[in-house]
Design a protein around this ligand. Structure first.
Ligand SMILES: CC(C)(COP(=O)(O)OP(=O)(O)OC[C@H]1O[C@@H](n2cnc3c(N)ncnc32)[C@H](O)[C@@H]1OP(=O)(O)O)[C@@H](O)C(=O)NCCC(=O)NCCS
Length: 403
């Protein structure tokens, strides 16, 4: 019987790993189903598995990339993906052993952060992850939507995957300059998001459509027709839309909201401070709801706190509790012309968990909210509000692509 300890997957076994990932996500296991992932993640990827009696019992992958912090700096991040456990092997601790192994490896690689999207939000808090970016999903009634001001949509043009692959990363970089929690697309992620588009990924919709305002913004979407409907009732499914300026942003959304033969526009990874509602006469027609959050796990507190930008100066003694990991401790953070974060024995101003700290660092959680929820201990009056001012952000964190 194979050992149930996690192991790194040897290169020549990656096809078997990829088939297991798809199986555990209830997706196809044929060559055509797994080859796009093998192509995309031939490099910058670490695959882990647990085997049992010759079969893959559990799997987890790590994309090696970077994440933005408020203020625009980037740090290496272990972007965790492809997490799955065989139906017959669940609830026996396999995810926990895989997670422990991959976080230990991330520390060895000096990645100060890990990040993931979760299929179920209750799973990852136990491993020290906290909500780094909240998102909104839209299910917009297109025919009820009107822009407040005229929009010149003529700046929008179609483009190809090859041209987008060249031009879009530089535009996306501007998003990371402005906001925390933006995980850089690795080359493999760009490949999967632009170049590969097998019919099996489309759920009956069109091939991916790519439009841009050159050098200023882009959008990627599909259109799904409504089978058997008497009146046009199709849906525009938006994967990503971003622009660096207001005119390009309005033009891209006008394009997306004006596709003939459709009545609905859906998307699910918008920032909570999206400008779109403010462009419209009736923002409620977007039917905004919760989208999937990005979760982050801090592995090296001083490195993250010193890399982050701050809009104001100040100081705080922060005690961080990390029962399941090794990132806990007490630090004195001093933000002036320089930012310093040193271990200290001084009495803390606040005590909070490593998961809550991720929310505070990226700006998705206010310390005062944590106080109200009983998840941040304030050791002197006003300490949480002071921490909130120190960690305030100009723009909400946003990770525009799921991985
Ligand atoms: C989610 C999944 C990976 C969990 O794997 P697992 O090996 O059964 O998890 P473990 O046995 O290591 O469980 C670890 C802990 O998480 C809890 N947990 C596991 N799945 C959970 C869920 N869906 N919701 C809430 N808690 C969950 C367990 O109860 C356990 O808690 P404990 O430590 O307090 O006892 C597995 O159910 C799976 O493959 N699901 C389908 C694919 C999927 O959802 N992948 C995640 C993508 S982000």
């Amino acid at each position: 019987m194979d050992t149930l300890l996690p192991e790194r997957v040897p290169d020549d076994a990656l096809p078997e790993f990829a088939r297991a990932v798809n199986r555990h996500f209830h997706e196809g296991e044929g060559d055509e189903d797994v080859q796009p992932y093998l192509d995309a993640f031939a490099t910058d990827y670490r695959a882990w598995w647990v085997r049992d009696r010759g079969r893959v019992a559990g799997n987890l992958g790590v994309i090696e990339t970077r994440i933005s912090l408020p203020g625009g700096s980037r740090l290496p991040v272990a972007a965790i993906t492809a997490v799955g456990v065989a139906q017959t092997m669940r609830r026996r601790g396999l995810l926990t052993t895989l997670m422990d192994a991959c976080l230990a490896e991330a520390r060895e690689h000096e990645e100060p952060l890990a990040a993931l999207f979760a299929s179920e939000s209750a799973i990852y808090g136990r491993y020290g992850f906290g909500m780094a970016a909240e998102h909104r999903a839209y299910n917009a009634e297109r025919l009820r939507i009107a822009f407040r001001d005229p929009v010149d949509v003529r700046v929008v043009e179609e483009t190809t995957a090859v041209a987008a692959r060249d031009a879009w990363p530089a535009i996306r970089d501007r998003l990371s300059d402005r906001r925390g929690a933006c995980v850089d697309n690795s080359p493999g992620m760009w490949h999967l998001g632009l170049t590969v588009d097998p019919p099996g990924w489309r759920d009956g919709a069109t091939a991916r459509r790519l439009v841009q305002v050159p050098g200023r913004g882009y959008a990627s979407y599909r259109v799904k027709g409504a089978d058997g409907a008497l009146l046009p009732a199709g849906e525009v499914r938006v994967s990503e839309v971003f622009a660096t300026d207001a005119e390009a942003y309005a033009a891209l959304w006008q394009h997306l909201l004006d596709v003939d033969l459709t009545t609905r526009v859906t998307t699910w990874l918008r920032p909570i401070d999206d400008a779109l509602p403010h462009l419209l006469t009736d923002p409620l027609a977007l039917h905004a709801a919760e989208g999937p959050p990005l979760y982050a796990r801090i592995l090296d507190v001083p490195r993250v706190l010193t890399a982050r930008g701050y809009v104001t100066s100040g100081s705080a003694t922060i005690e961080v509790v990390d029962p399941g990991g090794s990132a806990g401790g007490r630090w004195y953070l001093d933000v002036g012309d320089e930012v310093a974060c040193e271990p200290t024995d001084a009495a803390p101003d606040v005590t909070l968990s490593i998961g809550s700290l991720a929310g505070v660092v990226f700006g998705s959680l206010r310390p005062s909210t944590l106080v109200d929820a009983g998840r941040l201990d304030e050791h002197r009056p006003g300490a949480a509000d002071g921490l909130g001012r120190l960690f305030s952000v100009d723009r909400a964190p946003w990770c525009p692509v799921e991985f």
